[in-house]
Write a protein of this length. Structure first.
Length: 148
């Protein structure tokens, strides 16, 4: 993986880089999903059935996105969460690609594509953040096992 000097788990300020810079600092796989709005195949990502206890971060910039206690088994083939870590962890944008109208979820810090949000999740929010594993980093809590 290329060295990414923009990756930080503590800096929450907006990060606006041109696509050429992103291409230099991200792996080809992360660039494809985060910057070109790609999608990994269902049931292939490393976190779709992951049960570790900890936090999920944006693989492009390090922004904190989700806690494991908001992750649930949705059977859709991608990691699913019912709420973001904090209101500005993510932002939303209408997506009319592929003949559908959906709500895209973007990283609140770097605007990287993470996945989509749907209204078929569990309580308490009823939301399902359907995310791509390749654009997530997981950090286990303290001595908690990573469970990969």
């Amino acid at each position: 993986m290329p060295e990414n000097p923009y990756y930080s788990r503590t800096d929450t300020s907006a990060l606006r880089l041109d696509e050429a810079t992103w291409r230099e600092v991200l792996s080809e796989e992360v660039f494809y999903i985060a910057r070109q709005k790609g999608t990994e195949r269902a049931f292939t990502g490393k976190y779709w059935d992951h049960e570790g206890i900890g936090s999920y971060y944006c693989a492009a910039c390090g922004n904190a996105l989700f806690r494991s206690d908001s992750k649930f088994a949705s059977s859709c083939g991608w990691p699913s969460f019912y709420e973001a870590l904090r209101p500005n962890s993510v932002r939303y944008q209408e997506d009319r690609s592929h003949g559908m109208i959906r709500t895209e979820v973007l990283c609140g810090r770097c605007d990287g594509h993470l996945g989509h949000i749907f209204d078929d999740g569990p309580p308490p929010t009823g939301k399902r953040f359907c995310m791509n594993s390749i654009v997530l980093d997981f950090e286990p809590d303290g001595d908690a096992p990573m469970d990969e």
